[in-house]
Unconditional design. Structure first.
Length: 255
């Protein structure tokens, strides 16, 4: 591209360079999104297997923390289905998450608006992390956890641990339900960075978040989780490799 632009006027050259950079970034994000598909499939198997093991243990009287969080998640889903949708509450968390990540990454906040029909936050800069953060960062869950540990400095809250875990489950359920609700609509955040990359990254990071919660509330250790995840990733990527080899052989035979 550089040789073709040598004799172009400066503004035209800069325009082509910006366009080339944008397209290159789009292609890279698309490739990353495609690679996240098998990663997400393997991670889903790890999460489902871990949840199944924890649920089986809870039925025998163990894993009470896991059961409490699970009840909170299901209660949030029921509230979403049975009661008027609290859109303004979600929009508030959505825009505050944009603002929080933007501030942490050095962006200046010049405006924020929240209403029942939508909202926006004005930032001096943005990137995919800031744009997609509301879809994988459960702000209300973070607030519940932070509040609990701050209060724990001054009060003995151990008798209320299950209430805290229930709130974690409820806010996580709120996050998951509203993330699905929002992504079912046409989101500018998703369009800006490509649907394949955005959906893949949102799903993958949410599943990592579920793994983190399982480590906290379920009878699951980090070495066990890593071992299970590594095994699932190896199986899925092995299947992908065999499928690609079979497709390549089919193309050669067709020639």
């Amino acid at each position: 591209m550089g040789d073709n632009l040598k004799h172009c006027p400066g503004e035209v050259k800069r325009g082509f360079e910006i366009m080339w950079k944008f397209k290159s970034g789009s292609y890279l994000r698309f490739c990353i999104g495609v690679l996240l598909i098998p990663c997400g499939i393997a991670l889903t198997h790890t999460v489902v297997a871990s949840i199944g093991a924890s649920a089986a243990l809870s039925l025998t009287g163990g894993a009470r923390p896991f059961l409490t969080v699970a009840v909170g998640v299901m209660l949030a889903a029921f509230v979403f289905w049975a009661l008027p949708v609290p859109v303004r509450l979600y929009v508030l968390a959505h825009e505050l998450t944009h603002a929080l990540l933007g501030a942490l990454l050095g962006a200046r906040i010049s405006g924020l608006r929240v209403s029942g029909s939508g909202g926006y936050v004005k930032l001096s800069q943005s990137n995919w992390l800031i744009a997609l953060a509301p879809y994988f960062f459960p702000l209300y869950t973070f607030i519940v956890i932070l509040t609990y540990y701050i209060l724990l400095i001054f009060f003995d809250l151990r008798p209320y641990a299950l209430v805290w875990l229930g709130l974690i489950g409820f806010t996580l359920g709120f996050h998951f339900v509203f993330t699905i609700y929002a992504l079912a609509q046409d989101q500018q955040d998703v369009r800006d960075y490509g649907r394949v990359f955005s959906f893949g990254m949102i799903y993958f990071i949410n599943m990592l978040g579920v793994c983190l919660v399982l480590l906290i509330v379920a009878p699951l250790t980090l070495p066990d989780l890593i071992r299970r995840l590594a095994g699932d990733q190896a199986v899925v990527w092995s299947v992908c490799g065999r499928a690609l080899m079979a497709a390549a052989n089919q193309m050669q035979n067709a020639e």
